[in-house]
Design a protein around this ligand. Sequence first.
Ligand code: MN
Length: 323
Amino acid sequence: MDFSMFKNLLTKYDSFIITSHVKPDGDALGSVLALTMALKKYGKKVLPIINDEVPKKYRFLPRCGDVRPFIPEVDKAEVMICLDSGDPERLEFKRDLRDICQLVVNIDHHRTNSMYGDMNLVDDSYSSVGEMVYFLLKALDISIDYDIAVCLYTSIITDTGSVKYSNTTPSCLRILAELVELGVKPEVISREVFEKKSLESVMLLKEVLGTLRVCEDGKLAYMTVTKNMMKTTGAKEEDIDGFINYAREIEGVEVAIIFKEQENLKVKVGLRANEWVDVSKIAEEFGGGGHARAAGCTIEGPMHKVQELVLASIKKYLKEGFR
Ligand SMILES: [Mn+2]
């Protein structure tokens, strides 16, 4: 992908909002913070905005205290750069993006991206948006300092599951090596992103593992998180991160699902695949999206109905081998 077109943008415009999706993960936050710091170095006015709280586990990221939700009538910019978000609804500005800025730039690596920008830099061959921001900075000749390196490193290891997933490429491994040369300590970031868990999270895990079901000759595994479990353990949504891997890692499992009961009779569905099922196709069928091996959607209805629907769709896929 040619990021040099971005150069014209910087000659033409001076003020930027850089944003990403709600329930921000390490790629969303890492890429927003890295690009914010970089454009500030370039002399631009930049507002890093995410319409949600920064999860506790990402508060080690440099300058993450600068990220805050949008304030209507106050926050304005010429350009809005949207990172890691397949559709504009996930940004939750609750208004047309063009009411806030003149130009929308969409930089993303989700296959299901709806191309909502005036400029769309979308390519699902990148491991993470952090990797895309790395190449963007190279194209702009902006040097990567230690703080930017920490953010980009966090982006890449979050989305590749610590360079374990199928989106791990020679390119992202080379970038990680360069970031380590700049002083990033892999063991420190791994501990923050993957190891540290709240007590509430482990108490919730105990409950959720009790709901594990395996079917379709061991190829499909799923777990359920109810509102009641959340209440009794005091866990937050972010505490559920990574639970799905307990289902995905079972020998013989191809598809893993986690069903999370939400307010107003909605269920959030997280989907993972190991080798061949394209779960983004299943998520799309229910109005969601994502990547081939990691995707999600939110479906209306009581838990048992949603489970019936999603399980039926996946069983069909596993039998027919395509969608
Ligand atoms: Mn991402």
